[in-house]
Design a protein around this ligand. Structure first.
Ligand SMILES: [Zn+2]
Length: 451
């Protein structure tokens, strides 16, 4: 074996190795095939569709403000200049090839933002994704507390309903025939519902999202808390693997998992939105760990009873305008229903996987009708059991005070006994009924003033 032969062999081996390295590098490069921008009030989400997971670095630079994303071994196969940046802090997106096979993307931003990034695994609609969230800097602006109450003297507060349009942004929710998307249908219904509630004296509504962007599930319950909600209503549309399934349903939180196989299936699907939207503790600082821990305490039981109550009113109202999937309020372990002290319901407005229902759900007319039914249910609930301290509870009290109860005297009744039972005084009873003495006769009807 000559040294020359050895050298040649070594040379070939090195060349081969280099060639294989180049080849494998080329075959392993992640391609950026598409990009989307989802502007939300508190952050903007930029999503890169990539053919596989990619190593990346993310950092900010100032003067001028910009965000730099360096992807190792990645190729840009889409035109980023085509993206609409409206409503986002991004002014311009630039890109360049670095070190011959790396990709640098630069976002020129209008103001300083807090960037965060994470990878999302494929779901039923999209493949691998690299997500860049640009969080707006905290501005300590106070939410204006609207009091529409007519009783300024007592400052009776409004009942606050937080409406949660399910899904949004990168998470389309259920997809129906004719390109009907759950996230669009439920946002439209939620907006109609908000308008109805805001139009009612003594009630006001807040939305967890008011655009096409994703809000984390824990963040949605967090918003209910922030707004001191008396009720949280999550609006969804169902999907099932059989197109025949149809009808509306209402859910409250279950005590132990789901009450039926279908409900369990649904619960799992709805909860997986966290994976779809990429919250799951990866991207967002979860401020609701406390909530997560507290599930079934006493206050939860109380709010669960209220949830079942309001849910049955909503179900009944919906039953007047559409088929019901289930005749009673179902219970499942949806994350958005897990506020321990805020009555919470999830309304499935119909099956988007059912062609007939999907075509109804996408019309403005039906969306309005659906919103009206939900509103009627809430209204009935709050008229019968208004939360204390609200204008509605004040009005209910006054109504009762103005219309005294009537009572028919039974054998053995005395005026003092009746007074005691109704927490009024004998003189109040005499005055109300213009009685000259304490004597009453069996069968006599007297009025009992409110205590
Ligand atoms: Zn949904």
């Amino acid at each position: 074996m000559s040294t020359r032969k050895n050298k040649t062999d070594a040379y070939i081996a090195v060349m081969l190795a280099l060639l294989m390295l180049c080849f494998s590098a080329a075959s392993q490069a992640a391609n950026v095939t598409n990009a989307r921008v989802w502007p939300a009030p508190d952050h903007t989400r930029l999503v890169f569709e990539i053919t596989k997971g990619v190593e990346h670095k993310l950092f900010s630079m100032s003067k001028p403000d910009r965000i730099v994303i360096d992807m190792s071994n990645a190729k840009l196969l889409t035109d980023l200049s085509e993206l609409s940046l409206k409503g986002s802090p991004i002014k311009r997106i630039r890109s360049a090839v670095r070190n011959s096979h790396d990709l640098r993307v630069v976002l020129d931003v209008a103001r300083q933002v807090e960037p965060k990034s994470f990878l999302l695994k494929p779901n039923q609609q999209y493949g691998n994704r690299l997500v860049i969230d640009l969080h707006e800097r905290e501005t300590k602006k106070k939410a204006p507390k609207v009091v529409k109450s007519i009783d300024d003297q007592h400052q009776r507060r409004d009942i606050v309903v937080v409406i949660d349009a399910g899904h949004g942004g990168e998470d389309p929710g259920a997809l129906g025939p004719g390109r009907v998307r759950e996230k669009d249908v439920v946002l439209a219904i939620s907006r109609e519902l908000k308008a109805l509630i805001d139009n009612k004296t003594g009630m006001q509504a807040q939305m967890t999202r008011n655009g096409d962007y994703y809000v984390g599930l824990r963040q949605r319950t967090g918003l209910a808390r922030k707004h001191n909600a008396d009720l949280f209503v999550s609006v969804h549309a169902d999907a099932f693997n059989k197109p025949q399934a149809s009808g509306a349903s209402v859910y409250a939180l279950s005590k132990r998992g789901a009450t039926s196989e279908a409900a369990r299936w649904l619960a799992k699907k709805e909860n997986s939105a966290d994976l779809i939207g990429g919250v799951g503790g990866v991207s967002l600082d979860d401020k609701d760990d406390v909530l997560a821990g507290v599930l079934l305490d006493l206050s939860m039981t109380a709010s669960l009873n209220a949830s079942l109550g309001v849910g049955s009113h909503v179900l009944k109202a919906m039953g007047g305008m559409t088929k019901l999937h289930k005749k009673r309020v179902e219970q499942a372990g949806f994350v958005v229903l897990k506020s321990p002290d805020i009555p919470s319901i999830l309304v499935e407005t119909g099956f988007i996987s059912n062609p007939a229902e999907a075509s109804r759900l996408k019309t403005r007319k039906y969306q309005k009708k659906m919103a009206k039914a939900i509103y009627r249910g809430l209204d009935t609930h709050f008229r019968t059991t208004p939360p204390p301290g609200t204008l509605l509870s004040y009005q209910q009290y006054n109504r009762n005070a103005k219309s005294p109860k009537k009572y028919k005297i039974q054998r053995g009744d005395t005026l003092s006994g009746i007074a005691k039972r109704n927490q009024v005084t004998v003189s109040q009873l005499r005055k109300e009924n213009s009685l000259r003495s304490d004597q009453v006769k069996i069968g006599q009807v007297i009025r009992i003033p409110a205590s």
